[in-house]
Design a protein around this ligand. Structure first.
Ligand code: SF4
Length: 109
């Protein structure tokens, strides 16, 4: 991997939050999001498997995360302060890291 990706390098392309991202949620994170938004967990999370279910964020019809907002081509997380750890640690694969780096370089060149 190259240089560390910082929030200052984010070009707000929403690549990380669109195309049906699989964002796993812990019980604590569900509680934090409920508290932050005032919504019940069913409004923003889903689960799979009957035994030992995993909980994850729902998507909009477009495939974007339920919490992604767009205004005039600018994307933002509407729960940024309470976003789950998966989102906080993004990018976490070499491919994701490369995409972020290339998009930043393209905008800043
Ligand atoms: S919670 Fe926020 S940062 Fe995480 S995927 Fe949704 S919009 Fe993106």
């Amino acid at each position: 991997m190259g240089r560390p990706i910082t929030s200052k390098m984010c070009v707000k392309c929403a690549g990380c939050c669109s195309n049906f991202p699989f964002v796993v949620l812990s019980t604590d994170e569900i509680g934090a999001l409920s508290e932050f938004t005032g919504l019940g967990a069913d409004a923003f999370s889903d689960s799979d498997r009957k035994s030992s279910p995993r909980h994850f964020l729902k998507h909009q019809k477009s495939g974007s995360c339920v919490f992604l907002r767009e205004a005039a081509g600018n994307y933002a997380c509407s729960v940024y302060e309470a976003r789950p750890s998966v989102c906080r640690s993004y990018p976490f694969t070499p491919v994701q890291h490369k995409v972020c780096e290339e998009r930043f370089d393209k905008v800043s060149s």
